[in-house]
Design a protein around this ligand. Structure first.
Ligand code: NAD
Length: 290
């Protein structure tokens, strides 16, 4: 297929390269010259504006920083410019309300569109092993699926438009909460005289077991290799966790959901990021509890 890819940053760069590897012809656009140069090296055709990249394509994929940018790119450059019948896929993490508004505008102009945010970080984007959670009509999902399969290991239909974003922020809200809980448990266990490895050996096979413990342990040298073993570098930046918790709090307010633990997690990540840790892995928050 001929596909326009807009937003070639940490995530989008690798995703666009994987679409080329999957045999697609990719028209790439980003505001950054460096990102365009890298896309060219990976076999993409590069463009100096988003609208021109959409000429003659069968699909448009976007991977952009936030909802405001997604809305302005779709309204200003994609809707009405991509050929009639093109399928539109926004893979950015954005607020549910904007995702639904952009999809409604696209559908109003005759396009099929899905929100398809991802689970998995830069390594998964580069390696083509992302998980996509997809919101949109059944028909839009079926059209989007083969394109997403070129960039990921799992593509799951979450229901109607916006439900991909809903799944993403609810998942990451839970992740933020259980990471802090895991950090608290390790920090307190140590103060009570328990060796972290011993606590891991017990809790990882007991009822406290969770992903933050057994797949992403925040304590160096314990459990599988994680960013904790690399000075909390790489992995999932605390600034992105804060972004997702803010989106979750906005969504909770919109639907009047009670989220007291997530509110506390958001406040703790606000403090952590405010102290200069935006780029540090989110499990590094354990260092504030010692
Ligand atoms: P990034 O900042 O590295 O990349 C965003 C890119 O968009 C940049 O290259 C920027 O130049 C470009 N851009 C901004 N405005 C633009 C415009 N108007 N037109 C064209 N290009 C424009 O961010 P990222 O880490 O690649 O994240 C992208 C999205 O993926 C975000 O929504 C983020 O929340 C989500 N996400 C990121 C991760 C991660 O680990 N980095 C994981 C899951 C989801």
């Amino acid at each position: 297929m001929k596909i326009a890819f807009i937003g070639l940053g940490n995530m989008g760069g690798g995703m666009a390269a994987n679409l080329v590897k999957a045999g697609h012809a990719v028209n790439a656009f980003d505001l950054s010259e460096a990102a365009l140069d890298a896309a060219k090296e990976h076999g993409c055709a590069t463009f100096t504006d988003a609208a021109a990249a959409c000429d003659g394509v069968e699909a448009v994929v976007t991977m952009l920083p936030n909802g405001q940018i997604v809305q302005s790119v779709y309204e200003g450059s994609v809707i009405g410019r991509a050929p009639e019948g093109a399928i539109l896929l926004d893979c950015s993490t954005i607020d549910v309300a904007t995702a639904r508004a952009v999809i409604a505008a696209a559908e109003g102009a005759g396009y099929d569109m899905v929100d398809a945010p991802v689970s998995g970080g830069i390594a998964a984007a580069n390696g083509g092993t992302l998980t996509f959670m997809v919101g949109g009509s059944g028909e839009a999902f079926e059209r989007a699926k083969p394109i997403l399969e070129g960039m990921g290991k799992a593509v799951i239909h979450a229901g109607a438009a916006g439900n991909g974003q809903a799944a993403k922020i609810c998942n990451n809200m839970l992740l933020g909460i259980h990471m802090i809980g895991t950090c608290e448990a390790f920090a307190m266990a140590q103060k009570l005289g328990l060796d972290p490895q011993t606590f891991y050996d017990i809790s990882s096979v007991s009822s406290g077991q969770c992903w933050s413990m057994t797949s992403y342990c925040p304590v160096p040298g314990v459990g599988p290799t994680t960013p904790a073993d690399n000075g909390y570098q790489g992995g999932f930046a605390a600034g992105l966790m804060l972004k997702d918790l803010r989106l979750a709090m906005d969504a909770a307010e919109d639907v009047n959901a009670a989220v007291p633990l997530a509110q506390r997690a958001r406040a703790l990540y606000e403090d952590y990021v405010g102290a200069g840790n935006a780029e540090v892995d989110f499990s590094g928050i354990i260092r504030t509890l010692k």
